[in-house]
Design a protein around this ligand. Sequence first.
Ligand SMILES: Nc1nc2c(c(=O)[nH]1)N[C@H]1C(S)=C(S)[C@@H](COP(=O)(O)O)O[C@H]1N2
Ligand SMILES: [Mo]
Length: 324
Amino acid sequence: MLIKVRTSADLPYSKVTPEPVYRSRREFIKTTAAGAAGVIAGTIAAGGCSAPSAAQAALPPAKKWPLSADPAVDAPNTVEQITGFTNFFEFGESKDDPIRYADRMKIAPWTVKVDGLVDKPADYGIESLVDFKQLEERVYRHRCVEGWSMVMPWIGVPLSSVIAKVQPKSTAKFVEFTTLNRPSEMPGIGTAGIKFPYIEGLRLDEAMHPLTLMVVGLYGKVLPNQTGAPLRVHIPWKYGFKSAKSIVRIRFTDTQPHTTWPAEYGEAYGFYANVNPTVDHPSWSQARERRLPNPLKIRTTQMFNGYGDQVASLYKGMDLRKFY
Ligand SMILES: Nc1nc2c(c(=O)[nH]1)N[C@H]1C(S)=C(S)[C@@H](COP(=O)(O)O)O[C@H]1N2
Ligand SMILES: [Mo]
């Protein structure tokens, strides 16, 4: 007789570890590391729902970027892994809500409002911001605050090339990204416990850094909706939450933008959010990470997610414990 033992791996992630740690003030449930690992493995294995790629339109060819993560140790995750386990609270709080509901979002037509301290403010179509003849595929490490990491072969253009088209004024010091807030297509709006629209931001020199990517695709195709279609950023030396998805407005300003996570739970999430193994989250150590899909594969977290030789100079003289 086979006795089925219910393990933590059978539980949906949402039942065990509410990631949105804004809740931790109220009702945070602490899980053991091993328990959480089992749950993550279960969620990915159950992977469940549909792999998104069949219907996605193909992109023009992208140049392979030479400075990829080391392919020997950093094999890219599959499209199923990347799209099946992610945060996009507009579709719900669980890692597997976005793959279930994100296809409700209409991504065409799409305009991006560019405003603030900029010489060419306008409502732009995507093709006027992104040069689809210059696409690059960059294999980037991705590290989340909750302790997991993946490797993602994003396709896009340097954000600096987008910014150059709209010409910020010399007084601009920051760039703010506002993302789509459309309750009729986004069932998490109204149920997820954070305020919408989701807002992110960067210092202008971070935004102009050659590693910062404006992403439009994944594995040769336009972005699956739950990864932030049609336009999202990725900043590989920062925690995953800095990567705003489904951007509808880019605003240039001389003051630090009021971004979502520091407003919801500032003790845990700072504006900078540089990957830093020595600054712990109130609920988690940041010294190690679990490379999905195998949560038992534990790695040491690297300062700036391993991109320190390229980005550390941006923060010279700053106390990175204070500006976390
Ligand atoms: N619009 C929007 N963007 C968002 C989020 C969100 O809820 N809404 N979540 C953030 C968080 S918390 C993470 S970890 C990353 C996850 O997506 P990725 O794995 O594709 O980077 O998206 C970020 N961008
Ligand atoms: Mo996150």
